[in-house]
Design a binder for this molecule. Structure first.
Ligand code: PNW
Length: 489
């Protein structure tokens, strides 16, 4: 690393430690930095835009056997040799269960005003249903109090993939409608316990990922490779569980709450931004999310989905479709990438997906193609198709092959590049009037990246797992500057 780069970083890091007001005062005095601000003015986010970070229970908490926590499918899967890189597991992870106060201080230093975390179902109901564990909510009570004491709003996700193992053993997990019912009951129980302070709720995280990786490809827990028909039924039961949870949260909440989802809605991006390709990309987005966001928003499966699925289509009732499409207060989108779409009049659906060449750039995770435009087109398609509800980007971020340099710092210039480009596109959407209200960066800190174990790092903070030391990366300093200015720079 050159001295110039080092000096630049030291300066940046120095600025970042100041209070926002001081930082902007320092800004005004330097002509060089004034020039930067002039550009940043065009990239200003709406007043009250919520900047946040996100994590999930199994990926950060550890304390796998503490305070009566039951076993989840991810405990079972990660403890099965050969399933996770280096046979890693979440037994300790980031030890967030014990270090949450320190982690809230990391958020405080970033200046975030929102924290999206998830609740571990097996802590609350070790058996999945039946008797709740009396200590199950204690940790989340402490966490929520600590967040609020630091001026950070809690955004709770109820299901981020750690299904209680007994529900897998009994009915095959999401293959059973009983799991959907149990999820509703669990959601209502948690809402009744926390909703005096937690006002914003997400039911399920990323239908497509846990259903397809868990039940079709077997690369995530529970590690199954089921037929199309069985996968489709599991997917249906999962959106049904979502709908039941929405109703249960509202029924049992103390005071008013807002409920939404955090879905990995896949985003069609027009190959060229002309009206025909834009329309094609929007239609592709509707179809490629037929089993999750589309059925949730429209209360029916699309004709194309039912035609393509044929005899493998899920079995369902009209009543279930109503539950699934219970209106939401906001929409959460986890967006990491997109796929390109072109108009194609030779196809009955009127569009074609354009495959990327091998040289298309991606981040450290091979699936994570760099596609900043997804953060513009995602919210725009969703609000055009399904109405002007508030939208939150519930996850966005990237993996990088981070290393700690001899000076102890992590110069993740690629993550800064990624964030700058994606946030520019998000700002474009916000400034055009698309109702994006907030952004949760994945992730606050490096953590257990599912089947990749600890090998792929997504954090703003580098975690040395041997000592549990957290070190802010260059990207943490970058994000702090974005938040302080409410603007991309
Ligand atoms: C999301 N894919 O997972 C999850 O919500 C997080 O728990 C996870 O750590 C984060 O994104 C980064 O991976 C995904 O293969 C996992 O396309 C896989 C895919 C997408 C998202």
């Amino acid at each position: 690393m050159s001295d110039i780069t080092r000096r630049g970083f030291t300066k940046l890091a120095g600025l970042a430690t100041m209070q926002p007001a001081m930082a902007s005062a320092a800004f005004m005095t330097s002509p060089e930095e004034d020039a930067v601000q002039a550009v940043a003015g065009d990239r200003q986010f709406p007043k009250d835009f919520l900047w946040g970070t996100a994590t999930a229970s199994y990926q950060v908490e550890g304390a796998a056997k503490e305070d009566g926590r039951g076993v989840s499918v991810w405990d079972t899967f990660s403890h099965t040799p050969g399933k996770v890189v280096n046979d890693a597991n979440g037994d300790v992870a980031d030890d967030h269960y014990h270090r949450y106060k320190q982690d809230v201080q990391l958020m405080q230093a970033l200046g975030v005003k929102g924290y999206r975390f998830s609740i571990a179902w097996p802590r609350v109901f070790p058996g999945g249903s039946g008797a709740p564990n009396p200590k199950g909510l204690d940790f989340y009570n402490r966490l929520v109090d600590e967040l609020l004491a630091n001026g950070i709003q809690p955004y709770a996700t109820l299901y981020h993939w750690d299904l209680p193992q007994p529900l897998q053993d009994k009915g095959g997990g999401w293959e059973s409608r009983e799991t959907a019912k149990a999820f509703g009951d669990y959601a209502g129980h948690v809402a009744s316990g926390l909703s005096d302070r937690v006002k914003d709720w997400f039911t399920v995280n990323e239908f497509w990922v846990f259903i397809n990786l868990g039940y079709r490809f077997g690369t995530h827990a529970p590690g199954l490779k089921l037929s199309n028909a069985r996968v489709n039924q599991a997917a249906h039961n999962a959106v049904l569980g979502h709908g039941l949870a929405v109703q249960a949260i509202r029924a049992r909440a103390k005071g008013s709450v807002r409920v939404g989802i955090a879905d990995s809605t896949s985003i069609g991006v027009p190959v060229i931004e002309t009206p025909e390709h834009i329309a094609a990309a929007q239609q592709a987005t509707r179809e490629s999310n037929a089993q999750a966001m589309t059925v949730i928003q429209e209360g029916k499966y699309t004709d194309k989905f039912l035609r393509d699925a044929g005899a493998d289509a899920p079995k369902y009732t009209a009543e279930e479709l109503k539950i699934i499409s219970t209106p939401l207060d906001f929409i959460g989108l986890n967006i990491y990438t997109g796929y390109f779409v072109a108009a194609d009049s030779s196809k009955p659906e009127g569009y074609a997906v354009v495959a990327n060449p091998k040289s298309y750039p991606h981040m450290a995770s091979s699936w994570l193609n760099v596609c900043p435009e997804s953060l513009y087109w995602g919210p725009r398609h969703v609000s055009k198709m399904w109405g002007n509800k508030p939208i939150y980007i519930t996850e966005n971020g990237c993996s990088s092959s981070d290393i700690q340099e001899k000076d102890g710092k992590v110069y993740d210039t690629d993550r800064v590049m990624y964030l700058r480009n994606y946030l520019t596109q998000l700002g474009r959407a916000a400034n055009e009037g698309v109702p994006v209200r907030g952004y949760f960066l994945w992730s606050l800190m490096d953590n257990f990246e599912w089947a990749d174990g600890y090998t792929n790092r997504f954090g703003l903070h580098y975690v040395d797992y041997a000592t549990q030391t957290r070190t802010p990366k260059l990207s943490a300093n970058y994000y702090r500057e974005v938040i302080a200015r409410n603007s991309v720079l």
